[in-house]
Design a binder for this molecule. Sequence first.
Ligand SMILES: Nc1ncnc2c1ncn2[C@@H]1O[C@H](COP(=O)(O)OP(=O)(O)OP(=O)(O)O)[C@@H](O)[C@H]1O
Ligand SMILES: [Mg+2]
Length: 311
Amino acid sequence: MLLSVKNLNVSYGDILVVRDVSLEVEEGEVVGIVGESGCGKSTMLHALMQLDPNISAKSETYLFDGEDLDHFGEEDWRRLRGKKMAMIFQNAEMAMDPMKKIAHQFYETVRMHEKKRKKIQCLKCAEEWMKKLNLSDTKRILNSYPYELSGGMCQRIAIAVAMMNDPKLILADEPTSALDVTSQAEAVKTMIQLKQQYHTSMILVTHNMGVVAQLADKVGVMYGGEMVEWGTTAEILKTPAHPYTRALLDAIPKMDGTISEGIAGKPPEYGKERKGCVFAPRCMYKKEECESGKINCYERSKTHWVRCKAS
Ligand SMILES: Nc1ncnc2c1ncn2[C@@H]1O[C@H](COP(=O)(O)OP(=O)(O)OP(=O)(O)O)[C@@H](O)[C@H]1O
Ligand SMILES: [Mg+2]
């Protein structure tokens, strides 16, 4: 197992957002994380990489590539971040330094971990990665500022930058959502290539079930800061067990043009006391016992579990 996290809790100040989330990623595996806006997907990724000083995260277990990250200090994190574990942000252009040319963005990422690596070697490696990701005209790109490139190009460059240090795990936060449909398809193809050729593991946050179907091996469904269902992509897409997962899949527009009415009610507010199932107030199938007590995870198969009493 490459990554094993048990009962991760993440707060902003006193407000608990992510609750008791557990997840596992095997070597070479892509785990998709889905759930509507505000359910804590980015918060979870930022906590996994300790990116945000406003976040406080605690977990029972946090093992990654044989190391216990729960006991990591800031220096250990600097060694790990961008090297063994890299992040691709939703809006690649925004995540780059607008004042620095692309060559510099590559060079800085490598130099952070390998001070002795010469600039010329870094740029050669950057060009190789760009070519692997189907970016031609690499000299011009290296000499450009981020705003001089298209969204699709910036996204592929962000992937190339993330790959420069040969990471074991990439955390990708909606890497395709800021792109037009053509660039989205290109970015997805690029990520499929990374998975097939380099066996890079990935946690992929996305709203796009098509992207999940194409890329993910496993899927975690988040609602109100909790992981409510977990399974292989086939299990989640074909036999979803949680009423929230079913509603989420129903919300995808159909080929005949019908669009579902969505889920009535509002997502839970953070910072308030919770009783019973987090989804119960909006659930069509709720039973009395759903509104109190702790909701356990029920196994549907060795790889599929659901946090629901009514399913
Ligand atoms: N820096 C912050 N300080 C305080 N609260 C925050 C901060 N960032 C996010 N939150 C809150 O945490 C909750 C979860 O937000 P998060 O961005 O993790 O959701 P998300 O699932 O990534 O949503 P989206 O799909 O829209 O990106 C939201 O209620 C949000 O307002
Ligand atoms: Mg987000």
